[in-house]
Design a protein around this ligand. Sequence first.
Ligand SMILES: NC(=O)C1=CN([C@@H]2O[C@H](COP(=O)(O)OP(=O)(O)OC[C@H]3O[C@@H](n4cnc5c(N)ncnc54)[C@H](OP(=O)(O)O)[C@@H]3O)[C@@H](O)[C@H]2O)C=CC1
Ligand SMILES: O=C(O)CCC(=O)C(=O)O
Ligand SMILES: [Mg+2]
Length: 420
Amino acid sequence: MSYDYDEVEVPADGEQITADDDGSLNVPETPIIPIIHGDGIGQDVGPVAQRVLDAAAEATGRSVEWMRVYAGSSAREKYDENLPDDTVEAIKEFHVAIKGPLTTPVGAGFRSLNVALRKKLDLYANVRPTYHLDGVPSPVKDPDAMDMVFFRENTEDVYAGIEWEAGTDEVQQVREFVEDEMGFDDVMHENPLGIGIKPISEFGAKRLVRESIDYALENDRDSVTLVHKGNIMKFTEGAFRDWGYEVAKEEYGEDVITEDTLWDQYEGEQPEGSLVVKDRIADNMLQQILTRTSDYDVIATMNLNGDYISDAAGAQIGGLGIAPGANFGETRCLAEPVHGSAPKHAGKDKANPTAMILSGRLMFEYMGWDDAGQLIGDAVEEAISSKQVTYDLERQIEGGEKLAASEFADAVVENIEELA
Ligand SMILES: NC(=O)C1=CN([C@@H]2O[C@H](COP(=O)(O)OP(=O)(O)OC[C@H]3O[C@@H](n4cnc5c(N)ncnc54)[C@H](OP(=O)(O)O)[C@@H]3O)[C@@H](O)[C@H]2O)C=CC1
Ligand SMILES: O=C(O)CCC(=O)C(=O)O
Ligand SMILES: [Mg+2]
């Protein structure tokens, strides 16, 4: 196969992951995997996570040929742009990739490159499994009760970036349309004001909810909860809830029961092996994850709610340094931690690489490398439970040994070699 990239060097060794028409992946023993190290602490956690993933691959008789691709500051240096076509094309072509965080300026400047990647690659499900690792300090009494998997719609909502800046002709045009043509003539305060639009489609909602139910059924989970603010945003978040229930009722037959049916037919006692689909209003849900943690399992929600709730849930299992994630589309995966580029900690070799390492675990699992994934999880847990931790956990663990990001990765690699 020949590739036509401007700046990306395709490794001479290694093979491409390919996909069949039925959506199954063909993963060679030496796959080429694109990696974006990321901005800010991405410079620290990206390369060291790569080292841990190498060790796990090697310990299970495989190897990864990494292919550096660029976005954010690294792309500005190489290409003088934020998100080169090379990067998008490489991830498209090679199917499975991993990235560190990318910085987005607040209030002005370019739009999120993270969102752009998800949209351009149609990675519609942002999946964030949130579970407690042995030995990780947590602000809650029973951190093990947190074992949720967040499915966040990744391509629409106010996150899609349809908005107009205060003082522009465009915002005035939209204002006049909304007031004069649509009849909302007594709703907005006087200028200056900014306006944004929140698109939520049946297509987007249904494919996300479908993905979450499939996951729940395959993994013997007890429930999928649709999280929305549909009492207020009736035709967007309320519609998401309604479309979600439609998928559950129309596409899964008796495999799935709704919470209403659970009460009407089973007096609230969930039948063994069943999957219940329920819904909760988003503000209530943010307290329920703390007060009734074990009642929730798989969560399906829209882009902005999913962003907020996954950081909040991450705090319950020890903070953002620990929380992994991955974006999925048809035959594609782009793994990335929940956290951002944490600029104040950048370049100090101190940020916790666990979230990036465990995102790599998700990527390996997507590739069918479950044994390598398990090894990574065990090796990380072993390091943390023996109190070898980075600054974020050390400040909460009595007698903890504070390690640099690279030293923590060394400890995990050592554990991988011992456990293998
Ligand atoms: N997917 C992506 O690429 C994302 C990008 N971003 C972008 O990142 C930038 C910074 O965002 P910000 O709101 O500060 O959120 P961040 O997630 O970058 O950081 C917030 C805080 O979380 C803690 N933290 C985050 N990551 C780690 C880690 N690996 N190890 C230890 N602690 C960690 C730190 O807390 P403390 O200082 O208390 O130790 C840090 O100050 C923004 O430009 C934002 O747009 C944000 C989220 C996701
Ligand atoms: O794109 C960004 O800068 C922020 C995105 C974010 O917070 C997230 O996806 O969790
Ligand atoms: Mg976020």
